[in-house]
Design a protein around this ligand. Structure first.
Ligand code: UFG
Length: 313
């Protein structure tokens, strides 16, 4: 298939683009490099430096995999307008260009942030969506737009709601600046680049008082996109959670990082980070059942080990 991967110079987009090229698809990456890296575009993909707000003529594409987005929760609280225009405005422009060119298939990067503070875990796709920050709200708005476009224009859409993505694939790894995510920051301490890791909050209603998250390996996550692409049906918008269904506390994550790296990794107790739900764990039953998705690296040890390998010189 001829595929457009928006945001394909970013962490997750680059891994998906690499797997699509390996699977024999013709891939074009569209990325404005606002947070991505040109050298993350996999060999074999064509790179277009540009924005989803003006994607050009999309005639001839079979489908779009849409990753390009602003994705830092804290920044979204400080600059909500920037998130609404980038994430919702940008996606509407992209959908418009797709419609104009007769491109009828999209796989969209949605997020666990659409659920906000869940009433129960594991979270089902049918559970209430009450995002607790603008980032989640913009992603939910896109999900809503996709449902409308599927019903009214016959668009074939799949949204994948990622939980906590980590690990690396063939050297493609997280390179956010600034890095806000737990695992890369903990590994930076292991590398000696930082003195300690701050643990945000130790008085949550969880077994050890720190937040609990569901980690999924980026290679497994990427594979779900190839399955989703095949599962696109005209007039239908399907939504799937993407996690492993197991929660790890922040303290447990640090312990696994110590185990994998063999390094000490000092921690410092810090205040809660605003907007952090206590526990986010996916029910990933639906995608397993309906798309046959099966993670190959479901243990946190494997996920951290791959992230660590990719960081080592
Ligand atoms: N954390 C620390 N110290 C750090 C970094 C993070 O204690 O230096 C904690 C956070 O407070 C949180 C946990 O580690 O409790 C995980 O934080 P991350 O930033 O790694 O990930 P989030 O769970 O905040 O974010 C993920 C996705 C977002 C998505 C969000 C849904 O990366 O895109 O889940 O809440 F919006």
């Amino acid at each position: 298939m001829k595929l457009l991967v928006t945001g394909g110079a970013g962490y997750i987009g680059s891994v998906v683009a690499a797997q699509l090229v390996e699977a024999g698809h013709r891939v074009t990456v569209l990325d404005d490099l606002s947070t991505g890296h040109a050298d993350a575009v996999p060999p074999g993909a064509t790179f277009v430096h540009g924005s989803i707000t003006d994607p050009g003529d999309l005639t001839g594409y079979d489908a779009v995999l849409h990753f390009a987005a602003k994705s830092v929760v804290g920044e979204s609280v400080e600059r909500p307008g920037y998130y609404w225009s980038g994430n919702l405005g940008g996606t509407l422009a992209l959908l418009d260009a797709m419609r104009g060119a007769g491109v009828g298939r999209i796989v969209f990067s949605s997020t666990a942030a659409v659920y906000g503070e869940p009433e129960r875990v594991p979270i089902l796709e049918t559970d209430p969506t009450r995002p607790s920050n603008p980032y989640g709200a913009t992603k939910l708005a896109v999900d809503t737009a996709l449902t409308t476009f599927a019903a009214l224009y016959g668009l074939a859409a799949v949204s994948l709601r990622y939980f906590n993505v980590a690990g690396a694939y063939r050297g493609y790894r997280e390179r956010h600046a600034p890095e806000t995510h737990l695992i890369p920051n903990v590994l930076r301490v292991a590398l000696g680049e930082r003195e300690s890791i701050s643990i945000f909050g130790d008085d949550y209603p969880t077994p050890d008082g720190t937040c609990v998250r569901d980690y999924v390996h980026v290679a497994d996550l990427a594979r779900a996109h190839l399955l989703a692409l095949r599962a696109c049906e005209p007039g239908v918008h399907r939504i799937f959670n993407l996690g492993n269904g197991t929660g790890f506390s922040n303290k447990e994550v640090v312990d696994v990082c110590r185990e994998v790296t063999g390094r000490e990794i000092p921690t410092v107790a810090a205040p809660r980070r605003p907007g952090d739900p206590a526990v986010l764990v996916a029910s990933a039953e639906l995608i397993r059942q309906e798309l046959g998705w099966k993670p190959e690296h479901a243990t946190l040890h494997d996920i951290v080990a791959d992230a660590w390998q990719a960081l080592l010189p």
